[in-house]
Design a protein around this ligand. Structure first.
Ligand SMILES: Nc1nc2c(ncn2[C@@H]2O[C@H](COP(=O)(O)OP(=O)(O)O)[C@@H](O)[C@H]2O)c(=O)[nH]1
Ligand SMILES: [Mg+2]
Length: 127
């Protein structure tokens, strides 16, 4: 039985274990509408399920974290506010990772400019 909040990879796990696409998976929540049972080789049953959520989320931060994680459909959230909330969380929790060269386009850009005038954006756009 595969159970969890929406959009965390339950159906993808089923497909991976089966070695082929048997369940719809998507980067939006609430794609799996019904329970789906499939059999693995060896007689093990896998049961994919629609995501489950708390009936009522009273804590505003918890709701925002769930929204930022993609558990709540876009039609039910203010995308700009959720994005700002998420950016703030990431900056508070992972400042070093955000500033690492591989994850910071503005830093790559400035590095490109100081090393001979050809920015990495121009290079990748040309390739
Ligand atoms: N980065 C990453 N993305 C994943 C992983 N598993 C699933 N996804 C993506 O997460 C999104 C939701 O997957 P899905 O299987 O539909 O989630 P479900 O709603 O829990 O069934 C899809 O865009 C998947 O491609 C994973 O292990 N890593
Ligand atoms: Mg699913």
């Amino acid at each position: 039985m595969i159970v969890g909040i929406p959009n965390v990879g339950k159906s993808t796990l089923v497909n991976t274990l089966m070695g082929r696409k048997v369940a719809d998976a998507s980067n939006v929540p609430a794609v799996t509408k019904m329970q789906q049972r499939v059999m693995l080789n060896g007689g093990i049953a896998l049961v994919d399920n629609p995501g489950i959520m708390w009936p009522k989320i009273e804590d505003a931060d918890a709701a925002s974290r769930l929204a930022f994680a993609g558990c709540i459909p876009d039609s039910a959230i203010d995308r700009e506010l959720v994005a700002l909330f998420g950016a703030e969380q990431l900056m508070q929790r992972y400042p070093a990772l955000l500033m690492a060269p591989a994850s910071c386009p503005s830093r790559r850009l400035s590095e490109g400019r100081t090393s001979g005038g050809r920015s990495s954006v121009r290079q990748s756009a040309a390739s």
